[in-house]
Design a protein around this ligand. Structure first.
Ligand SMILES: [Zn+2]
Length: 444
């Protein structure tokens, strides 16, 4: 009989499993003597918080336990239910590579220090309902084979689920990420997973204002598996994630100004904000995100927000140096004229400018009444013909030219015919753009 291979942890001999060289706590035999295990565990609990590599053969009850020091369950195996309900981990805990073969119950637990669940495996349901994570909560590369609930959980410092897989989905209803980051980069959502803000807004939002959220390179299968309800996504990056099928209900996007001078704003995606700070600017990827969001909102029949994302998509195309100069010029004109077909005010303002400039042009170049000769040396700007001032006549002439009403009561002189041609060309285009933008905004 010699010492257990993990003597440093357990301080026991390999009496229980001499072939493997392991003690009763560490023996990997699932049918090891339960009574002997329980006794050994009780005496271990009295003096240590190191449970590394221990195999728990029966349901284990750590409910309401207060772990004064940082405890370590790395590499441990729970063959039956692991019950940590309402436990307090004063110094945090390590569950790296831990295997939970039956249910894992952590609801109402409190982690005062950092907790690491890196590469742990939950074979059955797991509940983190109402858990308080006061330190960092790391769930890197965790496998949740069945449903997992983080409903009502609060992440006071940061929460990371990078590279984790939610096979049957998860529930983050009413969870709160209060500070630091919320990271889901590289995760897979293979079942319905809901991120929904607490029903009572006084409790706070799911993602607090300053929390940076990342759902980058996320795999969502089926495409509608992920849903966000009433969540603030104004600091959420969706880099290289397919947004077409996701469900967005009443979420808040980041407010982007229409133009540098404009006070108005459109709904945008946080990746566009991040892009500005980057040295290499991958416009095409943000453009793709906007295109997918546009499609998503069009299918929801929310055309107003779809229009905002259309604007973002075109804006990325315009700023992308890889876009051909010809297309960029066209996009730039389209943007100036009507905000890529989404804004009705600019084309109306341009139309008014064209109307006034046109009538000034006719007065400057000369305008005569059809069938009559122009009197010598008269002041066109102040002249009155048949009781109607010339400036009114030229304004009417300008308006009718722009709207292709072919006015034949007046004849422009000299360069006035050039003004008329320009008005004939631009007038219908600008008015058409205004009409299209209004229709776009009011579409049902
Ligand atoms: Zn041992």
């Amino acid at each position: 009989m010699s010492n257990c291979k993990h003597f440093a942890i357990c301080g026991l001999t390999d009496e229980a499993d001499p072939e493997a060289g392991l003690c009763i706590l560490h023996s990997q035999k699932p049918d090891k003597a339960q009574e002997a295990f329980r006794k050994a565990l009780d005496s271990h609990r009295a003096k240590s918080v190191d449970y590394r590599l221990v195999l728990f053969p029966t349901t284990i009850f750590f409910g309401n336990t207060v772990f004064e020091k940082r405890c370590n369950f790395s590499g441990a195996v729970f063959s039956e239910i692991a019950d940590f309900a309402s436990a307090t981990f004063s110094g945090g805990a390590d569950f790296n590579g831990t295997s939970f073969k039956e249910g894992a119950v952590f609801h109402n637990a409190v982690f005062d220090g950092d907790v690491h669940f890196t590469m742990s495996m939950f074979t059955e349901r797991a509940s983190f309902f109402d858990v308080s994570f006061h330190g960092e909560a790391q769930f890197y590369s965790v496998t949740f084979t069945k449903e997992v609930s983080f409903a009502g959980a609060s992440f006071k410092k940061s929460g990371s689920f990078a590279g984790s897989t939610f096979h049957m989905g998860g529930d983050f209803t009413g969870a709160r990420f209060e500070q630091g980051d919320a990271t889901f980069t590289g995760s897979s959502f293979l079942g319905r997973t809901r991120f929904s803000s607490p029903p009572d807004e006084s409790v706070g939002l799911l993602f607090a204002k300053d929390v940076e959220v990342a759902f980058r390179r996320v795999r969502v299968d089926p495409p509608d598996a992920l849903e966000f309800i009433g969540v603030d996504l104004s600091k959420c990056s969706f880099w290289e994630t397919d947004l077409r099928g996701m469900r967005f209900l009443g979420v808040q996007w980041v407010r982007m100004p229409w133009t540098r001078l404009s006070k108005g704003w459109r709904n945008g995606i946080y990746d566009e904000v991040l892009l500005r700070a980057q040295e290499i600017k991958p416009y095409a990827k943000v453009e793709t995100l906007y295109r997918q969001l546009k499609k998503n909102y069009e299918e929801q029949r929310d055309y107003e927000r779809a229009g905002d994302f259309h604007y973002g998509e075109k804006e990325m195309r315009l700023r992308n140096p890889k876009t051909s100069p010809g297309l960029r010029l066209f996009l730039w004109l389209y943007k100036c004229a009507s905000g890529y077909g989404e804004r009705w005010l600019p084309p109306i303002v341009w139309s008014l400018c064209l109307l006034l400039l046109g009538s000034a042009g006719y007065l400057y170049c000369g305008l005569r009444v059809a069938g009559r000769l122009l009197p010598f040396e008269w002041d066109m700007w102040n002249a009155v013909v048949d009781g109607v001032p010339m400036w009114v006549r030229s304004l009417l002439f300008s308006l009718r030219t722009m709207t292709l009403l072919k006015p034949d009561d007046m004849v422009p002189l000299g360069w006035g015919s050039v003004v008329q041609t320009v008005q004939n060309l631009l007038g219908p285009i600008l008015l058409g753009l205004a009409a299209l933008a209004i229709r776009q905004r009011l579409r049902r």
